[in-house]
Write a protein that binds this ligand. Structure first.
Ligand code: X2X
Length: 349
């Protein structure tokens, strides 16, 4: 062996021995992107976007800046088309997301479970589903569909608003034009109520409300105020509590695999912590003990109507055909489990 070959062998040998230690950090770090793109529908003025801010901050702190996330609200990474978000995460156009179960239901039909009208009924009912067996099953389905599920958040109970008159009974919705979200279950529900629903994105909803092309919409009260829907002619809100959409914190699979086990643990725990805080923000002033947020809505000159149990029941009866139809789409077994979980929680309460 001449001197040169010896030298090469020596270097190779050293590199080999050093390799395991190096892989610990720098091999991962070198595959890390300078920025990870986090998709949401709404930004920092909303509980949903605040959840994103918290997640970003916790990850930055706990990874000492190794993982740097930037939020892209308005689902801008898919040009505002929120029903394409899930596919874009799977494909890697989006690295991370906090997404609504409604917006991902075109890809995972079981997510329509949360949109079954008057199933959850209140926070206790919703928690019974999300925190229990049903929630685990849903997370399993997200995983099976090629995206890494990390934690739950919440958009909130979607209350109905309109520009025309108070809604107290199904007949009050007759013929009213509503913007509905991107799953056909909402078309069926609003049609069953005698209303006239049109599906459109959140981005299109606001100009449509402003111009009067549609007269009503449904969204959580924290979305109502942050988006200033009172300035878009929405003068009447009815708290009917028919549906709440949970949010799910997720990561693209390849992005997830590119991170060290330690960093995966940090990102997951940060999502869980951010999710808990976000849910508390989404419920603030809208709980059984503290309904102070309703006053804030009324202070905007909006009439807020509370329904009695009997009045709610009239809506529940009217939407039954839509409910029954969607039980078949979602899967009767999953729905039965959810109904049992809700019933058990209500018995306890
Ligand atoms: O589009 C909506 O209504 C919103 C913002 O609530 C969702 O993304 C489900």
């Amino acid at each position: 062996m001449d001197r040169r070959t010896l030298l090469k062998a020596g270097i190779a040998g050293t590199a080999l021995f050093a390799a395991p230690a190096i892989i610990g950090r720098s091999a991962y770090a070198s595959t890390y992107k300078p920025e990870y793109k986090l998709s949401t529908v709404v930004g920092s003025a909303f509980p949903w976007g605040k959840g994103g801010d918290i997640w970003i901050e916790l990850v930055k702190e706990r990874t000492q800046g190794r993982i740097n996330i930037k939020m892209y609200p308005g689902v801008s990474l898919v040009n505002g088309d929120q029903t394409r978000e899930f596919t874009a995460i799977r494909q890697g156009v989006i690295d991370l997301a906090i997404g609504s179960t409604i917006n991902w239901s075109p890809q995972i039909k079981q997510l329509n479970l949360f949109s079954l009208p008057f199933l959850a009924q209140d926070h206790a009912g919703l928690d019974a589903m999300v925190q229990g067996e049903v929630g685990k099953e849903i997370m399993g389905l997200v995983e099976k569909n090629g995206v890494v599920p990390l934690a739950w958040g919440e958009n909130g109970f979607r209350e109905v608003s309109n520009s025309k008159h108070e809604i107290r009974k199904p007949a009050d919705m007759k013929g009213l034009k509503f913007r509905v979200v991107g799953s056909p279950i909402f078309n069926d529900t609003f049609t069953a109520l005698g209303a006239n629903p049109t599906q459109m994105s959140w981005a299109d909803a606001q100009p449509a409300l402003a111009s009067g092309a549609v007269e009503g919409q449904e969204n959580p009260l924290h979305v109502f105020t942050a988006a200033k829907l009172n300035t878009l002619a929405q003068k009447f809100v009815t708290r009917w509590g028919y549906v709440a959409d949970p949010l799910i914190f997720v990561a693209n699979q390849d992005v997830w695999k590119s991170w060290s086990a330690d960093d995966q643990k940090i990102v997951r725990q940060a999502a869980i912590d951010a999710g808990k805080q976000e849910i508390a923000i989404a419920r603030k002033g809208l709980t059984a003990n503290d309904s102070s947020f309703v006053k804030e809505v009324e202070a905007l000159g909006v009439k807020v109507t509370e329904l009695t149990a009997a009045e709610k029941d009239a809506f529940k009866q009217a939407v039954k055909p839509a409910y029954d139809k969607w039980v078949q789409q979602i899967g009767p077994d999953l729905v039965k489990k959810a109904e049992a979980a809700v019933a058990a929680a209500r018995k306890k309460a």
